[in-house]
Design a protein around this ligand. Structure first.
Ligand SMILES: C[S@@+](CC[C@H](N)C(=O)[O-])C[C@H]1O[C@@H](n2cnc3c(N)ncnc32)[C@H](O)[C@@H]1O
Length: 198
């Protein structure tokens, strides 16, 4: 799904412009596949995936074992996030990445997350999420059953789009978080690429 929507290639493009000798934290890494594929492209970047779901971290560690069988030197690890808020030291990672996680948070939680991620990142925070738009909702409802043939994927996807963001909402949230140095770009099809630069 991340490849289909362009989140993966968009993230690769940003990381290409950042030093290859970096450390990266993926907040809300889910089953870890995004990070494992990302490490294939950037094997020099030390990557940690965190998620509040124990089941997700379990899946991620199982996938990691399979990938380690092919590449024992892989620089990826996964860790359970004990609390819903990020609790990292200042500049503890060069890059903080978060894909399709922000729409799970309330506005208040999101403002705190933006502030904490901004503090913890030494170079940049990369956020990928969905654009809430009627056309996106309608198109996804039409195409998803044909593509995935799975009612749960269609249902979850529609909820996620409903919880997505408009440009004005991002601008308001970033203002509340006190973050000024950012790039907010709308990308096809109905996704946002938000980069907070230090
Ligand atoms: C839609 S999945 C995205 C997974 C992954 N980033 C990807 O793109 O494949 C959202 C993930 O965010 C996690 N999550 C939700 N709230 C979180 C929080 N406050 N801190 C860390 N992870 C969170 C969920 O457990 C879930 O695994």
């Amino acid at each position: 799904m991340n490849k289909l929507l362009g989140f993966f290639s968009g993230t690769v493009k940003i990381l290409n412009s950042i030093s290859k000798k970096s450390t990266l934290l993926d907040v809300g890494c889910g089953g870890g596949l995004f990070l494992l594929h990302l490490n294939n492209v950037f094997p020099q970047i030390k990557m940690l995936g965190m998620d509040i779901s124990a089941a997700a971290i379990n899946d991620a560690n199982q996938s990691l074992q399979c990938w380690q069988a092919k590449n024992p030197d892989i620089c990826v690890s996964f860790q359970l996030q004990e609390q819903s808020q990020l609790n990292c030291y200042q500049n503890s990672f060069d890059i903080i990445l978060s894909t399709l996680v922000c729409h799970h948070l309330t506005n208040d939680e999101l403002v705190i997350f933006l502030q904490q991620a901004y503090l913890a990142a030494g170079t940049a925070v990369i956020i990928n999420d969905l654009h809430r738009h009627r056309l996106a909702y309608w198109l996804y409802g039409l195409v998803s059953p044909l593509l995935f043939r799975n009612r749960l994927i269609t249902h979850d996807g529609l909820i996620s789009i409903r919880r997505g963001f408009t440009r004005v909402e991002w601008q308001r949230l970033l203002q509340q978080a006190g973050i000024k140095n950012y790039q907010l770009k709308w990308c096809f099809p109905f996704r946002w690429k938000l980069i907070l630069w230090k």
